[in-house]
Design a protein around this ligand. Sequence first.
Ligand code: DOR
Length: 444
Amino acid sequence: MPASTLIKNAICQLPGGAEQIDVLISQGKILLDPAVHTSAEETIDAAGLHLLPGVIDDQVHFRDPGLTHKEDLHTGSCACAAGGITTFLEMPNTKPATISCDALHKKLDLAAGKSVVNYGFYIGATPDNLAELQQAKRTPGIKIFIGSSTGNLLVDQQEALERIFAETTLPICAHCEDEETVRNNAAAYGGGKSVEDHSKIRNHEAAVIATKRAIDLAVRHNHHFHVLHVSTAQECELLKEYQQRVSDPAKRLISAEVCPHHLLFNVDDYQRLGSLVQMNPSIKTGEDNERLWEALRRGEIQVIATDHAPHTLEEKDQPYPQSPSGLPAVENSLALMLDAVNRGRLTLDRLVECMCEAPAEIWGILNKGKIQHGYDADLVLVDLNLKKTILNENQLTKAGWSPWHGVTLTGWPVKTWCNGVLVYDGKQVHRTLRGREVEFDHSV
Ligand code: DOR
């Protein structure tokens, strides 16, 4: 690997907007000072291409340890590298679940030996692991399943939720679907007869009740809080109301995320794709899709993340409700959003804010998320004109399928650098490379 690489002639997505400048990668860092550029060992002519900060995906499930027939930290991270993701933050519903500092440290050790890109892991809340949540350090924050999903993590009792919000200091994120509403709906639909029932059981009301409840907890306890995978228009209204109440953006403690599948799929897709689009929260309606795009453009939602949740096709093939919820997405999320840029759904500047800058800011990840002098050289070169079709047989996720199989997108990553090292060259991932544990500064 060259010690220094000069990327010439790319249009760089800088914090202030796009600019054609040369970027030097040296000793793992970004250098924008033109005076040093003559000494580069390797030069890449990137005319006609765009250089973006590496994507930070703040919600993935890589199933390691315990469920590695679906995915593991190596295969998941390879899929990230090919997709332009240089840092992932992984969820605690593995086996065992990451609900203690000990389990967290074991996962970090596993990742050090397996992950091609940079990594961080949330610690999961249970009704009685407050002491672990208080002691945890090497983590972006606490994940609460306010409604249950894959695995058995659940905290839905008000008293336990009050204690977690009152007595911990790490940022909190939550899966917001109201458990009681989901249970009642499931009973009303006889447990669910076909996959279409999934969106009736995990309906709008379930998502809205839980998101409202979590926002209320965060506001009362003055706690930094991130709403994961917003799926309804009504939740966008709740976020808008919050922003109107807290008009100064610097004083806002609540942020929110949307996933590509909630932007791009709706209940009409069950007929074609069946359980491949069965997710928690469920996909909703075409009107919800439109309102989510609007929320993203307006800044009511700040982050785009995948909720990459691989299951095997055999598992997915089981009849509903045995079919598990979740779909893989890390290697296609950036391309899906670049394609959306080409379709005029969002600007490239906004894409970079939502996929790179905001996740770094929200989780206190220093020196990442921006093309800035001295920042870590986590970078992705993209070709906005490249057309490629997503095919199951090309997927690097161990699950080996994508709900977007057969879809042709315009706009793809062509090279990914992680810590200044080329991990994806447009054809293959350099699988022997290893990423680093991300450091979080929660004082910012
Ligand atoms: O559909 C989902 N699957 N939603 C989640 O929140 C969890 C995920 C999984 O881990 O399978």
